[in-house]
Ligand binder design. Structure first.
Ligand code: B16
Ligand code: MG
Length: 218
């Protein structure tokens, strides 16, 4: 029986991807790396320094910067990003998700946030969702990032549930891999070509309800 839900943030609860994209695209231009749709997609769910390395690698520029210079580039991107997300309001919750989270709270399911984003507490606060979750996995305490299962293993521990009683919700292939590796039920939201490893899948967040999930789990 499912008793808990572990939520990815970006692409599941709210669309911060467009702001990440805007800020990373600006950074790519600064370091003279060509921005492509493939590069953009590959950054989904990847932590901040990992994303920077992928951008530099795409332009064969990983060796051109010292560690300190990379940290400065990542913090330049984050300052730009935080400026972009500071205007978020509850209206920016993705379609259906406010109702779904409310449904979980009312029916006694436990929910937690498993996001690679260090900005997750700020974003949940802006969306007025902090109190709807029992907690947020702190990504700075992790030794490995998505697609490593660690973040979803930690989510189940914090929910105090065995992994098979937890559904993980993700929009990125790296996240689905992490959920599957943790032994949880993976729920993908988005394109079937990208999310082919998800146990169950919905096209959009608006389709995610307890009834629709129960129908697919049968
Ligand atoms: P930050 P998620 C991820 O969030 C984003 O998908 C990814 O693009 C971003 O680089 C990462 O968070 C780190 O975010 O720079 O705010 O710490 O999908 O795991 O909720
Ligand atoms: Mg995501």
């Amino acid at each position: 029986d499912i008793k808990g839900f572990a939520f990815d943030l970006d692409g599941v609860i709210t669309d911060t991807a467009k702001f990440h994209t805007q800020a990373w695209h600006a950074l790519a231009e600064q370091v003279n790396v060509t921005w492509t749709p493939e590069l953009q997609e590959s950054l989904k769910g990847i932590d901040r320094m990992g994303s920077l390395e992928m951008i530099l690698k795409a332009g064969d520029k990983q060796a051109d910067y010292t560690h300190d210079e990379k940290v400065a580039l990542a913090s330049w991107k984050n300052n730009h990003y935080v400026e972009l997300i500071s205007g978020l309001t509850p209206d920016d919750i993705l379609p259906g998700m406010a109702d779904f989270i409310k449904e979980l709270n009312e029916k006694g399911y436990k929910a937690i946030v498993a996001s690679a984003s260090k900005n997750a507490p700020f974003i949940l606060d802006r969306l007025q969702l902090t109190d709807s979750f029992v907690g947020i996995v702190d990504p700075s305490t992790l030794t490995a990032n998505k697609p490593d299962p660690e973040i979803y293993v930690r989510a189940a521990e914090l929910l105090n549930l065995p992994p098979e009683q937890v559904i993980g919700l993700e929009d990125a292939a790296s996240g689905i891999q992490a959920i599957n590796g943790a032994g949880e039920v993976s729920l993908g939201i988005g394109n079937a070509d990208i999310l082919h490893d998800a146990d169950i899948r919905f096209d959009t967040t608006a389709d995610v309800t307890l009834a629709n999930i129960a129908a697919k789990l049968d």
